[in-house]
Write a protein that binds this ligand. Sequence first.
Ligand code: CS2
Ligand code: MG
Length: 405
Amino acid sequence: MKIAEIKVLVSSPGRNFVTLKVITDEGVYGLGDATVNGREMAVAAYLEEHVVPCLIGRDPHQIEDIWQYLYKGAYWRKGPITMAAIAAVDMALWDIKGKVADLPVYQLLGGKSRKHITTYGHANGETIEKTLDHLGNLIEKGFKVVRLQCVIPGLGGTYGTLGKKKNYEELQSDRPLPPEQPWSTSKYLNFIPDLFRQARERFGYNIQLVHDVHSRLTPIESAQLGKLLEPYNLMFLEDASIADNQSNYQTIRQHTTVPLAIGETFNTIWDAKELISNQSIDYLRTSITHAGGITPVKKMANFADLYNVKMAPHGAPDLSPICHAAQAHFNIWAPNFGVQEFIGFGSDKLNSVFTHPLHFENGFIYLNDKPGLGVDYNEETATNYKYNRSYLPVTRLEDGTLWYW
Ligand code: CS2
Ligand code: MG
């Protein structure tokens, strides 16, 4: 069997996605997600110009060798664009191998370690009351874990809230240039503990809660927030601070026992090695698309398991259903799986292009037993949804200083 053709497919069914289709000379094809939100065309070009020519004629079963070729052989290693491109190839090759073996990919990884995949949903609102009403709705839907994000009074829209938009897809559609959002750490620190105090008062401690700081605090500010949130027993505090300097998390760890999660922006194990080996974190959030594919993320999970770090893959709406399917195969296998972020299966538009083997019930994702990843991509329908450049926002402090979004 040889790779005969590779297509880089860009479409925007509600938001932009980059999909790779690897087609063999025997007609079997595999699919991979190559979407980097706000930088989609950089990955598409990397694939078309620099990766595809090297793969035509290769044996698609050589997943590990092709991964090493694209990683070590690139010389200019690592980074979000390179690793998303490699990830898409890797996902597609696992898809092909599963189809040829007539087995779902999780069987090739080592089989099921659990019957279903625990998820966490997103509750957000303009006020604490509306956020907690949303939390109540998600509890009724069966979620065992929920993320709380709320507009900070005096700041207008902030990370994780929809403002006047109805859903995440609308958030991306109107970004011809990066929108600017204000930020105030003091307003945030003075407000967030009350969100969780009221959540516990209203719903008690059976529901597990998480919160995404989105990397906006300095290490000591994260430590302050962690200590303030300890009475509310969060499952984890995500992206408490930037970890370009991984020892930032040792500072946080010295001051608070709140469990820490990080990793959605990581693209190799080197972004997380010290965080894990120093036991500075509790959950690793790397996604199959952003971190190079199933092959490396499986290795990261094994390394993290040595230090009792659990996997909590990123699951935002900018990861395509192909990534979510690949993560479901990984999650059902991973011995140290923790929780999967889940924002629903998107719109009719999205589902007219992508099909996947997942269904959601009572807070859990279940995986239907189809060969490979169990996904498909309708190329004809996809042509109805043209790519439109879109950016993530940027954030400025109230004095105008550019800050982390
Ligand atoms: C967020 C993401 O889901 C999360 O935890 O951090 O929604 C993130 O903002 C987006 O993936 C950025 O594209
Ligand atoms: Mg996040």
